[in-house]
Design a protein around this ligand. Structure first.
Ligand SMILES: [Zn+2]
Length: 245
């Protein structure tokens, strides 16, 4: 009998040796779970399509206290997002989303926010929302959830509001108004600032209700840069996205 089970999303799956795979799961309330899936690297195996990227499943596993890796015994698919995730126009966005979660999630993470955020992005794409806007929404909420998002309505130096445009401090910690800026390069305009404020009160399913107009690529680059700056890493999979070419 497996000793535990959890609802989880598959974030990565790679061959560990000729027989087995190493998988990383995002559980719905207890952070990341790294596990060996015995026999999963063989063509015929008991896991089938359970271990595809972002498949949601109920996973049953064993864990010995002296081992970091759990062992997957079996699992059942709760929901497959394979058609959406594997589509050529989406797949690199989902690689990036998985890489961001794998690199930013703290070991002691124990809440459901990230899980729910990813589920919302997956559901949004199933409903036909634009992938770049979903990525932008994800980045905004990732930073907000970590307490790293700047206030889009105030200059972090003088406290002035009603910003027509703002410049991001070179350490990414706060915005500066036109009077307080010195040599900062990264600039956000009124629409981009309004969008960040708007996301705080709207779920991604409501993305179609955003009435502003701007091309999201620049803000995606800025927020991805902020994630990399605070995490002190480079996201390898972003190079495949049109926004970074
Ligand atoms: Zn100012």
């Amino acid at each position: 009998m497996p000793q535990a089970s959890t609802l989880a999303l598959v974030l990565s799956s790679s061959a560990l040796n000729e027989q087995d795979k190493l998988v990383t799961l995002l559980t719905d309330g207890s952070g990341l779970l790294r596990a060996v899936a015995p026999g999963a690297a063989k063509i015929k195996n008991r896991f089938g399509s359970l271990l595809e990227l972002f498949t949601e499943g109920e996973f049953h596993y064993y864990r010995r206290e002296d081992r970091e890796l759990a062992t997957l015994a079996k699992g059942e698919i709760r929901k497959s997002f394979f058609p959406v995730v594997s589509a050529a126009e989406n797949v690199f966005y989902f690689y990036l989303l998985a890489e961001i979660v794998l690199k930013t999630m703290q070991p002691e993470h124990r809440d459901t926010r990230m899980y729910n955020l990813l589920k919302a992005v997956l559901a949004g794409r199933e409903q036909g929302l634009a992938m770049d806007w979903l990525l932008l929404y994800f980045l905004t909420w990732l930073l907000r959830g970590e307490g790293l998002l700047f206030n889009p309505r105030r200059c972090s130096n003088c406290g002035g509001g009603d910003l027509e445009r703002a410049w991001l401090r070179s350490d990414y910690r706060g915005l500066l108004c036109s009077r307080c800026r010195t040599g900062e390069r990264l600039q956000l305009d009124r629409e981009e600032l309004a969008y960040i404020h708007w996301t705080a009160r709207h779920a991604p399913a409501e993305a179609g209700e955003w009435t502003g107009r701007f091309a999201p690529a620049e803000l995606i680059r800025i927020l991805t840069g902020k994630v990399e700056y605070h995490g002190e890493f480079t996201l390898q999979s972003r190079r495949y996205l049109p926004q970074f070419r």
